[in-house]
Ligand binder design. Structure first.
Ligand code: ADP
Ligand code: MG
Length: 578
């Protein structure tokens, strides 16, 4: 019996490795192969503390966890800015390097490891038999899973998922995901380090073989077999993978040497079978999808009632007088941008005036999208300045520009494909206490109330753009027109004053196009300042007050849109009509 319980202990320890890795892979999209490295940091720190200080096991484990978490922060800053492939390479190198350093360090026991550890003592009693460990390991695993669950299934977890889908889009909503990514990486490293400490205590030795690359690959397999973004899946995956050895030896009666040879084959087969027949894993992700409870509890508001109250300062704008133009809110002077040999934008100046719709028109490749990227901070101009309400914002980050009230939509939408439409729009709610690590853990009532409010507002904006807020499928599964509505609602829900819309009508035809046109008019009527890049001449002549024609990166004509369209040379040049 104790034989099997020994494996149960191992499964509980490895489940901690697996759930923490799963939060990184499944939720945050951080493809770390660093489990062994952080496990080793924790394991060796715990062992050194126990040998040197003779303190009880739990504080030693916690010190190991803190050291593991701190070590992760030293390397995660540079790592998280890299693409997934490089994150894998870097964390893999870290794992190999860690073991190499251990083997080369006599102070760390080299190849033989650190021996002579005292018997672990928890709650006043020494742990002797495998069964003595079970309750403690179960408690530690429960705490680890609870922490992982709070991080993953919360507004913070949603921010991680959104950033996994599209970091640029997250930043365009006024949020920088790097902070929560660093936090998550650090906490998961600490949990991994804690598990590494437990592994050392359980084996009574801190040896390099405990933290080999094989172990990391096993943890990876546990996550894949159990199901990514599924915490119960990782626990089941850990039990299954750990059970392979004892099953080979006890049930199939193989000698230990033979079992060790066959084990990798079984793992390989298991992975192939999962990939082939159940790629989502044994216990697939089952996410609690956000519901617009308050907003639709009483049958939902009509489209007219749905106009949200949240329109920022824009609602106070005076009605437009004909003749005299309102004051400029965005002033761009002489901006310039080259990509290598391509001079995409050259000495371009333009203004967006309060409450007006300004059209930016020009052939493909004229530099219109680049202008948006330059205004909103996605790109830095080589020369020139951008002013927003009198403030120089030329060197601001995208999230800062968005927070100041200027938000853009993307030609290629950039919706968060794996989130529902409602979750996409809730992402625009800001600042969200549930996305702040400290408030997430210590002010649950506050962030839950805020979550309900944001969900209500988001549902109203979805209704406003004509989409059912109850849709519970991933946005990537919707039609292009519906995804466009999601993108619109998301931009609107930021509460920004100024909207930059990049080809909002492209790919939309018929009644859907008509609805979107009416929608942009309603946005203007709410008092927003709008700049629109659009190819459809009907749309522009109906919507725009003022137009800029762009060619080869610079403005070649500007004026009232009807005067511009009346100019036959321009009309021919840009629209091919005569
Ligand atoms: P438009 O939106 O008017 O169709 P763009 O602003 O997308 O035009 O592109 C203007 C020019 O700049 C094109 O020649 C395009 O290939 C180039 N360009 C845009 N973005 C980049 C980039 N990130 N790297 C290199 N070239 C780019
Ligand atoms: Mg473009």
């Amino acid at each position: 019996m104790e034989f099997w319980i020994g494996y149960l202990d191992q499964a509980l320890i490895f489940a901690m490795f697996a759930v923490s890795l799963n939060v990184l892979i499944g939720y945050a999209g951080i493809f770390s192969i660093g489990s062994a490295a952080f496990g080793a940091f924790g394991g060796y720190s715990t062992a050194l503390v126990l040998l040197g200080q003779g303190m009880p096991a739990l504080p030693a484990l916690l010190i190991g966890a803190v050291i593991g978490g701190a070590a992760s922060l030293l390397i995660s800053g540079p790592i998280l800015k890299l693409s997934a492939e490089y994150v894998m390479l870097m964390t893999l190198s870290l794992s190999i390097l860690t073991v190499t350093v251990i083997v080369a360090s006599p102070q760390l026991g080299s190849q033989q490891g650190l021996i002579g550890l005292p018997l672990p003592n928890f709650g006043g009693s020494d742990l002797l038999l495998p069964s003595d460990y079970v309750p403690w390991l179960a408690i530690f695993l429960a705490v680890a899973v609870a922490i992982c669950w709070i991080i993953a299934e919360s507004p913070l977890g949603r921010l991680l998922r959104a950033a996994k889908d599209d970091t640029v889009a997250v930043r365009s909503l006024g949020k920088n995901p790097l902070g929560v990514q660093l936090f998550t990486f650090g906490v998961m490293a600490a949990i991994t380090a804690f598990a590494g400490g437990l592994l050392v205590l359980y084996n009574g030795i801190a040896a390099p073989s405990l933290f080999s690359l094989d172990q990391t690959m096993l943890v990876f397999a546990m996550v894949i077999v159990g199901g990514t973004a599924s915490l119960p899946g990782s626990i089941v995956g850990a039990i299954l993978i750990v059970a392979v050895s004892p099953v080979l030896q006890q049930v199939l009666k193989l000698r230990p040497e033979d079992s060790a040879l066959i084990r990798p084959v079984v793992f390989g087969l298991l992975l192939i079978l999962i990939m082939r027949f159940r790629p989502v894993g044994l216990i697939p992700e089952r996410r609690r999808v956000l519901r617009p409870r308050d907003a639709t509890g009483k049958g939902g508001p009509s489209a007219e009632e749905a106009r949200p109250t949240h329109t920022g300062d824009a609602a106070e704008v005076a009605p437009r007088k004909s003749g005299e133009r309102p004051e400029p809110v965005v002033v761009i002077e002489g901006i310039d941008k080259s990509f290598g040999g391509v001079h995409a934008v050259r000495d371009l100046s333009l203004q967006l005036r309060r409450g007006e719709i300004t059209a930016l028109v020009g052939p493909n490749g004229a530099g219109k999208s680049t202008v948006f990227n330059l205004i909103t901070g996605e790109l830095r101009p080589d020369a020139g300045v951008v002013h927003l309400g009198g403030t120089d914002i030329t060197r601001w980050t995208p999230e800062r520009v968005a927070r100041a009230g200027m938000v853009r939509s993307f030609q290629d939408l950039r919706v968060f494909g794996s989130l529902t439409p409602l979750e996409n729009v809730v992402m625009a709610g800001r600042p969200h206490a549930g996305e702040n690590p400290a408030l997430l853990f210590f002010a649950p009532l506050r962030w839950r109330r805020q979550e309900r409010e944001f969900a209500k507002t988001a549902a109203e904006w979805l209704t406003f753009v004509g989409l059912d807020p109850e849709i519970r499928t991933a946005t990537s599964a919707l039609s292009f027109a519906q995804q466009k509505q999601v993108a619109f609602a998301r931009v609107l829900a930021t509460g920004a004053e100024i909207f930059l819309l990049d080809e909002p009508l492209s790919g939309i035809e018929g009644s859907a196009a008509e609805e979107l046109l009416a929608l942009i008019e309603r946005m203007r009527d709410l008092g927003h300042t709008i700049c629109i890049v659009e190819h459809s001449i009907q749309a522009i002549s109906r919507l725009a007050d003022w137009g800029y024609f762009m060619e080869n990166g610079t403005v070649t004509a500007e004026g009232r849109i009807h005067d511009l369209l009346a100019d036959t040379r321009l009309a021919e040049a840009y629209f091919g009509i005569s």
